[in-house]
Design a protein around this ligand. Structure first.
Ligand code: SF4
Ligand code: SF4
Length: 254
């Protein structure tokens, strides 16, 4: 089994003496830190049991301190719904709380691994097939917004990050464009509001417009009001209403 299966693989690996479970909930091995893949084979061969490894975090709390949404509970457990790795893989609207926290990362989160001292200086470049292609793992955000299904499959179909299809990644790309304050994306976002058939994309684009627009014009307000009036999805409608509140506030301040 790899990735999904009947076993809680981190707990099994800890009991098998491969490493200890850190306060970030990950298996930390002496050789590679937490940069390992776990897999299991169920067998009836009577192996002699190994000695489980106990926690070695000591007084360190870096993963807990640096986790942007405070998803780590402090005892090795994770509130999975708060984790950005989960939040970037959902299909609906991302709750507003998490949107700024993903920064420009549109899939997953590795912060609690990156800050762990047990990973410092670890070399995990062992196989050319496992080396990431920079263009695939850090794609340009704007072209992603309108990519077709076929092209998406060719470019990203082989990556784990594509398992839920293109919509969550496109939603996240819209959020990321707002987070990095890329105002050149505004025309494309307005186009999505106008033409995209998916409420999550329209509503998230409305949120992004409110984040990105500096000089609010009456024309933009009219456009957003019309879009809100035409919106049939209640959640997307809520996004338009919030965006309009923000834009109207800005307009009255100008
Ligand atoms: S992956 Fe990111 S969001 Fe999730 S627990 Fe680790 S640091 Fe927190
Ligand atoms: S960052 Fe510190 S507390 Fe967290 S798992 Fe690594 S050693 Fe343990």
């Amino acid at each position: 089994m790899v990735d999904t299966g009947e076993l809680s693989d981190v707990a099994v690996a800890q009991r098998a003496g491969l490493g200890f479970i850190g306060l970030n909930g990950l298996l930390i091995t002496p050789e590679f830190g937490s940069y390992v893949y776990l897999g299991e084979i169920i067998t009836n061969i009577p192996f002699e049991p190994d000695v489980p490894m106990s926690n070695q975090c000591g007084s360190c709390t870096r993963c807990i301190d640096y986790c942007p949404p405070s998803a780590l509970m402090g005892d090795g457990r994770l509130n999975a719904k708060r984790c950005l790795s989960y939040q970037t893989q959902t299909k609906g609207f991302m709750p507003e709380e998490y949107r700024p926290k993903i920064r420009s990362v549109i899939y997953g989160c590795d912060i609690c691994q990156q800050v762990c001292p047990f990973n410092k200086g670890k070399d995990f470049h062992f196989h050319p097939d496992m080396e990431p292609d920079p263009e695939s793992v850090m794609p340009e955000l704007q072209p992603l917004l309108t990519i077709g299904n076929k092209e998406f499959k060719v470019k990203f179909g082989h990556l784990a990050g594509s398992w839920r299809g293109k919509k969550p990644l496109q939603r996240n790309a819209i959020i990321a464009l707002a987070n990095v304050k890329d105002r050149s994306a505004v025309p494309q976002l307005l186009q999505l509001i106008d033409t995209d058939p998916r409420p999550v994309i329209r509503g998230t684009a409305a949120w992004a417009i409110a984040q990105l627009t500096r000089d609010v014009t009456p024309e933009l307000i009219t456009f957003m009001q019309q879009a809100e009036a035409q919106e049939i999805d209640p959640e997307a409608q809520g996004e338009f209403q919030n965006a309009l509140l923000k834009l109207n506030e800005q307009l009255s301040e100008n």
